[in-house]
Design a protein around this ligand. Structure first.
Ligand code: ADP
Length: 362
C-alpha cells in the first residue's frame, strides 16, 4: 500500500516573490497512475520534486501512508524519480547502473544480482545486462532508467516527462509498456507531462494545473467530457466556444441565445456548475469538433440545434476529415468520421447535439 496525500502545498522560491504553487490538495490512491498535466512553467516539476524530497515546500504537508514525510530527505522516502534525461552513468554498464542504488542499501550481493536480473526481465532488456550505456538506443536507456527506479521496490515512483526525448512511435510503445509495468506491480506512480495524449491514454486519474493552481481532478474521460473551465477544456483537446446568454429553461434543457440562434443544452451534463447557472448571464458553450454532426451522415434523429454552416477549409486525416466551418460570423471546427468528400464553399446542414454541449463561465 502507498497512498500519497498532498495537503495545502504552496511554494515560493524567493521571499517576496509570487507563488509557483498555491494550496495544492491531492490524494493519490495506492496503485494509481496519477498524472500532473499542464503547460510549461505551471509548477508540475516543482510539485514532483517536493514529493521526491528534492525541494521543500513553503507551506503544507505531504503524507505517505499517513506518515508526514514533508521534511524527510530523499533517501529515506523510497520515492525514486525517472527523468527525461535518463540521468544514467555512461561509464557504467546496465548491470552497474541498476545495482548502484541497491549497493547503497547494503543488500547482499546475491540479492542485488537477483533483483537486477528480475527487473531487466520486466523491462525486456535481460540480454543487455553487460552492455555499455552509450551503446544503447534512447528507448533502451529509458528502460534502464525505469529499471533502476523499479529495482528499489519503491513506495511511489515519480516520472518527470520520461518519454519526451523519444521519437513518436517509440513513445507510443513505451506508454503501454510503462502502464503495464506499473499495473503488474500495483505501483503508485506520479507522472508529469505537458502532453495531453500521454495523460489521457495512460492515467487512471489526472490533475490539470495552470499557474500553480489545480484546475480539475478526475479520470481522463471525466475531464475531457466535462471540463469545469475554459482552460481545462482547451488544454485537453480542440474546443469550440460559442458565447451565449441563458434565456430560459424547462425540465429537460437550458436554452441559450447565441449569434447562431437559440441553442438547447441538455440538463444531463455534470460539469459541476449547473447549480450556479443564472439567467441573463453569459457563458461559453463548449463543444468538441467530433461532436459536430452532419445531417446526411448521421444515424439518429436530433430534435434541436440544427444549423447551416459553410465549409471554409478541409484537412484530410485519413480516419476523419477535420473541417473549419462558419455559421454567420461564428467560426468553429468539425471533425467528421467516415466522412464523404465535401468541398470548401459547400453549405452544410449540421447538428450540435444538446447532450454534448458544456456551458462554461466566461
Ligand atoms: P513545469 O514543470 O510545469 O514546467 P516548474 O515547476 O519547473 O514548471 O516551474 C514552475 C515555476 O517555478 C516557473 O516559473 C519556474 O521558472 C520557477 N522555478 C522553477 N525552479 C526554480 C528555481 N530553482 N528557482 C526559482 N524559480 C524556479
Amino acid at each position: 500500500m502507498a497512498e500519497l496525500q498532498i495537503r495545502k502545498i504552496s511554494k515560493s522560491y524567493q521571499k517576496n516573490e509570487g507563488y509557483v504553487l498555491q494550496s495544492v490538495d491531492l490524494t493519490i490512491k495506492s496503485g494509481e497512475i496519477f498524472f500532473l498535466l499542464g503547460p510549461s512553467g505551471c509548477g508540475k516539476s516543482t510539485l514532483l520534486r517536493m514529493i521526491a524530497g528534492l525541494i521543500e515546500p513553503t507551506s503544507g504537508t505531504i503524507l505517505l501512508d499517513g506518515r508526514d514525510i514533508t521534511h524527510l530527505p530523499p533517501e529515506k522516502r523510497n520515492t525514486p524519480m525517472v527523468f527525461q534525461s535518463y540521468a544514467l552513468w555512461p561509464h557504467l554498464d546496465v548491470y552497474e547502473n541498476i545495482a548502484f542504488g541497491l549497493k547503497q542499501l547494503r543488500l547482499p550481493a546475491a540479492e542485488i544480482r537477483q533483483r537486477v536480473e528480475n527487473i531487466l526481465e520486466t523491462v525486456h532488456l535481460e540480454s543487455y545486462i553487460h552492455r555499455k550505456i552509450t551503446s544503447l538506443s534512447g528507448g533502451q536507456q529509458q528502460r534502464v532508467a525505469l529499471a533502476r527506479a523499479l529495482a528499489l521496490n519503491p513506495s511511489v515512483i515519480l516520472l518527470d516527462e520520461p518519454l519526451s526525448n523519444l521519437d513518436a512511435k517509440l513513445r507510443d510503445d513505451m506508454r503501454l509498456e510503462i502502464r503495464r509495468i506499473c499495473k503488474e506491480r500495483a505501483l503508485t506512480a506520479i507522472y508529469v507531462t505537458h502532453d495531453r495524449k500521454e495523460a489521457l491514454s495512460m492515467a487512471d486519474r489526472l490533475a490539470v494545473l495552470h499557474q500553480g493552481i489545480v484546475q480539475q481532478i478526475g479520470t481522463p474521460r471525466e475531464l475531457y467530457m466535462n471540463p469545469v473551465n475554459r482552460f481545462t477544456a482547451s488544454f485537453l483537446g480542440d474546443a469550440n466556444m460559442l458565447d451565449g446568454e441563458l434565456v430560459r429553461d424547462d425540465e429537460k434543457s437550458w436554452f441559450f441565445q447565441t449569434q447562431i440562434g437559440e441553442i438547447a443544452v441538455r440538463k444531463i451534463n455534470k460539469s459541476g456548475h449547473e447549480e450556479s447557472y443564472q439567467k441573463a448571464q453569459k457563458y461559453s458553450l463548449m463543444f468538441r469538433p467530433e461532436n459536430v454532426l452532419f445531417e446526411d451522415n448521421c444515424s439518429r434523429e436530433y430534435p434541436e440545434n440544427h444549423i447551416r454552416a459553410e465549409i471554409l477549409e478541409n484537412s484530410y486525416w485519413g480516419e476523419s476529415s477535420f473541417r473549419t466551418m462558419q455559421a454567420g460570423s461564428f467560426r468553429f471546427y468539425a471533425n467528421e468520421f467516415a466522412a464523404p468528400e465535401r468541398p470548401a464553399g459547400a453549405l452544410e446542414k449540421i447538428i450540435l447535439p444538446a447532450d454534448r454541449i458544456i456551458p462554461l463561465s466566461c
